[in-house]
Design a protein around this ligand. Structure first.
Ligand code: NDP
Length: 331
């Protein structure tokens, strides 16, 4: 059926400024890593994207190798974009990335060479049927390529009209400082950093958050729910249609050990005391930090997406809540 976007789509979403840039991002953004390949029904993919847009989620995050198979998430997104979202192109921030292995031979194995990044960007645009992406990322730091080459390629991608902004993902503190300086000198400042951040992985608290603030960069956190661990998904076994149940390489049964599940159950108690779901608590907890621009959630259905967005209208975290959470995480 043809899609008519909800008229009230901007009424409730919160938008945060991305670093010191002119760009605002929704506090909840949608990632297409796992749930938009061949393993998930196309009808659900379309419903999730429509619902996201209808609720003010203006940012969709992709990468060259999202699937499975590699490239399929961009292809599927491109199809749904063409049928449903194309009239709204100027209301959308669409990002993609290159950094991991993608095609055979020495130029498609990932990293940060100019050859790989520019070719991959062109492939992504073609798969998605786009003239440009809003943000193009170096998906990971490449120790074997001069950072000047990688940043120079990103700068070229912007100057040639393939992207509006550039970002980096999973660069550490020192790599970020160097990348930001090179990009600034080239005249294409880094807009945003995309690190993993959730209750179970707090590495960015050491110095990356400070670094991004000093560099004027926004921060968008991936796997804010630890891929579903920080939800009720695995509280009573492994559902067949879950990421673990479907045999993901990235989340496995051994990640659901007793220690972890004990912590998850204790966090779930705190969430219930706050009249929230655990997923909502996990997202509220990240968004307590004002320097974080957005949480980048994955959702395998509309119900999950709705619940995740509803975290924004939940009760404020009190000091007491924060102390309880710290106590559980320290155990
Ligand atoms: P999350 O931590 O948000 O995990 C998403 C999964 O959690 C869903 O697939 C679903 O699991 C479960 N879930 C989500 N909401 C709920 C809910 N309300 N109740 C119960 N379960 C829920 O994020 P991802 O790991 O998927 O990563 C999000 C995005 O971040 C990616 O799509 C990608 O864009 C980006 N990313 C970037 C990386 C990088 O290197 N830059 C690396 C990884 C991700 P289920 O599928 O089992 O239903």
């Amino acid at each position: 059926s043809s899609y008519v976007a909800a008229e009230n789509r901007y009424d409730d979403m919160q938008y945060r400024r991305c670093g010191t840039s002119g760009l605002m991002l929704p506090a909840v953004s949608l990632g297409l890593w796992h749930n938009f390949g061949d393993l998930h029904p196309g009808g659900t993919q379309r419903a999730v994207l429509r619902r996201a847009f209808d609720r003010g989620v203006t940012h969709f995050d992709l990468a060259n190798n999202y699937g499975p198979p590699y490239g399929q998430a961009e292809t599927n997104f491109g199809r749904i974009f063409a049928s449903d979202l194309k009239p709204h192109r100027d209301e959308l921030i669409i990002s993609t990335k290159a950094g991991y292995d993608m095609w055979p031979g020495p130029y498609g194995q990932g990293g940060g060479s100019r050859k790989y990044l520019i070719a991959s960007c062109d492939q992504s645009l073609k798969r998605m049927g786009l003239d440009y992406v809003d943000i193009f990322y170096s998906h990971r730091f490449d120790p074997d390529t001069p950072l000047e080459e990688t940043m120079g390629a990103l700068d070229h991608i912007v100057r040639s009209g393939r992207a509006l902004y550039i970002g980096i993902s999973s660069y550490d503190h020192e790599q970020t400082v160097r990348a930001a300086a090179i990009a600034r000198d080239l005249g294409t400042p880094l807009l945003i950093h995309q690190p993993r951040y959730n209750m179970f992985d707090r590495w960015i608290e050491d110095d990356l958050l400070d670094t991004c603030e000093q560099e004027g960069m926004g921060v968008i956190c991936f796997s804010p729910l630890a891929q579903g661990l920080l939800t009720t998904r695995y509280l009573s076994g492994i559902p067949r249609n879950s990421r673990v149940g479907m045999g993901s390489r990235h989340l496995r049964p051994e990640n659901l050990d007793e220690q972890t599940m004990g912590t998850v159950r204790a966090l779930n108690e705190i969430a219930m005391d706050r009249d929230q779901s655990l997923a909502q608590l996990a997202l509220s907890w990240i968004l307590r930090e004002e320097r974080i621009t957005s949480v980048l959630v994955g959702a395998s259905n509309v119900t999950q997406l709705d619940a995740d967005i509803d975290a924004l209208s939940g009760n404020q975290l009190t000091d007491d809540d924060l102390i309880r959470i710290e106590t559980v995480l320290a155990e």
